[in-house]
Design a protein around this ligand. Structure first.
Ligand code: SF4
Length: 203
């Protein structure tokens, strides 16, 4: 093992002053020339530094992917985990979606978290219809997949897909925030595969 060379410690005010003086003197000697302004990039050829080749589809999908805003739709116990996902420990903001919208008109993702009763079903559909296209729906929890522990009940919808189309199902009762995050990443993967321009031309 290498032995460190002995270090020189300053033990008095005089030694400290002398050490500080040495540092200042050395700075004074080594900093006599002006440092050039950091503007080299200004003289770089404009084409090389400003042109990025990609497709319109990729740019549109990239912006949708990183700015997905969920509409608030917590119905029961699963909503607690959804709220937890948005809080600091799991930090939904990392994916550009920290803002849960109170208005469906400003949202493109609906996270339906909880037990949907037939009494509530028309309002789920209405809020879905009020969201602008393109929009995605995430069914959170066993209640969303099949009615969960309430399957067969007279009052509970046995799966949200009876009311609206579902893009991703998150199993669990309730699913943990990690599972919801994975589902959101799955939705992002779907968004990346979209072709907005082809749709626009075809439409
Ligand atoms: S899946 Fe479980 S935790 Fe989620 S709403 Fe249904 S009963 Fe509650």
């Amino acid at each position: 093992m290498a032995i460190e060379p002995p270090r020189n410690f300053a033990y008095s005010d005089i030694e400290l002053d002398a050490r500080e003086g040495e540092i200042v003197e050395s700075f004074l000697k080594s900093h006599q020339t002006a440092i050039p302004d950091p503007i080299d990039w200004l003289n770089a050829p404009p084409l090389a530094s400003n042109v990025l080749l990609t497709s319109v589809d990729k740019v549109v999908n990239w912006s949708r992917h990183y700015s997905m805003w969920p509409v608030t739709f917590g119905l029961a116990c699963c909503a607690i985990e959804m709220m937890c996902t948005a809080a600091s420990r799991f930090d939904l903001a990392r994916f550009g979606m920290e803002i849960f919208r109170a208005s469906p008109r400003q949202a493109d993702l609906m996270i339906v978290a909880g037990t949907l009763t037939w009494k509530m079903a028309p309002w789920l559909k209405r809020i879905y219809d009020q969201m602008p296209d393109p929009k995605w729906v995430l069914a959170m929890g066993s209640c969303g997949t099949s009615g969960g522990i309430f399957k067969g009940s007279y009052s509970v919808v046995p799966g949200f897909n009876k009311i609206v189309p579902i893009d991703v199902y998150v199993p669990g009762c309730p699913p943990r925030p990690e599972a919801l995050l994975q589902a959101i990443l799955d939705i992002h993967a779907k968004v990346d595969k979209m072709s907005p321009t082809r749709r626009a031309v075809e439409g």
